[in-house]
Design a protein around this ligand. Structure first.
Ligand code: MRU
Length: 344
């Protein structure tokens, strides 16, 4: 599998996820503003991968600041961080990365801070690789030999700059010799399931069936699915989970048909500052992503369209949250608090 994100010779190299699977294009980013755009345009996407890209983007921005005095340098660095903070609002990994980079910028001269920021970004990347590997191993406890899993959006190596979360658990189960297969929802409007999840699973030689989002309930009622497993963009302190739009629908269907609904996420996705999911900011994206598919119009010109990119699944629909610190079950508050505070 090609690397989704790499720091090479002081530059950021990304695999452009908006073009996959038709084209495999790597882009070198030398300017932090291009990293901000790559995040907005979803060339880099998926909560943990966004966090890693933001950290490297800030390091890149810092290295381009000409100011010699520390005060002026820090003021410019703050503007760089603000640009990232405004890029995508839902994935908390983005804000966790900014906070860590802020802390890494204290107490040195300008050259020292620039170095510390590169080191911190690399450390964040290493931690995501290790956390996603570990949570994937831990999650296999829930996957039996012969299971068919349903997943939504894309929560594999592309989305994590690591091993994957939901797809990581599936990959690790296969590595243990379990026979597993997957139903992947296409994930309208931007088709991360159809374009990216099927691409990753095919390379891993894991059998995958692509379905449209609206087919999930049909297959659940037919008892073709043993469990649902998804990633997360932000998990509130009470266990409410924000993830790609359509996740809530799947969770309700899973409960109705008595299928376990699992969320796999590193602890960097937990936001203890929010008591519940009601407070999670939901990104509203361009209506064009709904009225068009890959640039081709599919609706009458001028029709009104809505495009919330995420929804929130209340904790009562979530059977377990798989993290690198262990599997957490309801009531989530104490388990999430312990898992996330050990991380910080
Ligand atoms: O809008 P995207 O493609 O960035 O949304 C991604 C998701 O919703 C993923 O499920 C989530 O970030 C978890 S990725 C391990």
């Amino acid at each position: 599998m090609p690397e989704a994100i790499e720091w090479l010779d002081g530059k950021l190299k990304i695999l452009d996820q908006s073009k996959l699977p038709r084209e495999q294009i790597f882009v070198d980013l030398n300017d932090y503003r291009d990293v901000v755009l790559a995040i907005k345009d979803m060339q880099v996407r998926g909560a943990p991968a966004i966090g890693v890209a933001v950290a490297y983007g800030i390091a890149l921005g810092a290295s381009g600041i000409k100011a010699k005095g520390k005060g002026e340098f820090l003021a410019e660095l703050d503007r760089v961080m603000q640009a990232f903070a405004a890029s995508r609002p839902t994935a908390v990994n983005l804000f966790q990365a900014i906070n860590r980079m802020k802390k890494a910028a204290s107490g040195h001269d300008v050259a020292g801070i620039k170095n510390s920021l590169i080191n911190e970004a690399q450390q964040i990347h290493r931690e995501e690789i290790s956390a996603t590997r570990k949570l994937s191993q831990i999650g296999t406890e829930l996957i039996k030999d012969g299971f068919t899993l349903l997943t939504h959006c894309n929560a594999g190596p592309l989305a994590t700059a690591g091993y994957g979360t939901a797809l990581g658990v599936i990959k690790a189960a296969k590595e243990q010799g379990k026979k597993v297969s997957v139903f992947a929802t296409e994930t309208r409007p931007l088709l991360q399931g159809a374009r990216l999840t099927t691409w990753e699973l095919t390379q891993e030689r894991i059998p995958v069936t692509l379905i449209t989002d609206s087919m999930a309930g049909y297959f659940m009622r037919q008892k073709k699915i043993d469990c649902v497993i998804v990633g997360a963009d932000r998990i509130a302190a009470n266990g409410d989970v924000a993830n790609k739009i359509g996740t809530y629908t799947l969770a309700v269907l899973a409960k109705e048909t008595k299928i376990p609904f699992y969320v796999a996420a590193p602890t960097s996705t937990i936001d203890l500052s929010l008591g519940s999911g009601d407070k999670i900011p939901i990104e509203e994206r361009s209506p064009e992503e709904v009225t068009h598919i890959q640039g081709v119009p599919i609706a009458p010109q001028g029709v009104r369209a809505a495009n919330p990119a995420f929804d929130v699944t209340p904790d009562r629909y979530v059977s377990a949250i798989i993290t690198e610190k262990g599997i957490i079950r309801r009531p989530y508050k104490e388990g999430l608090r312990r898992a996330a505070s050990r991380f910080r």
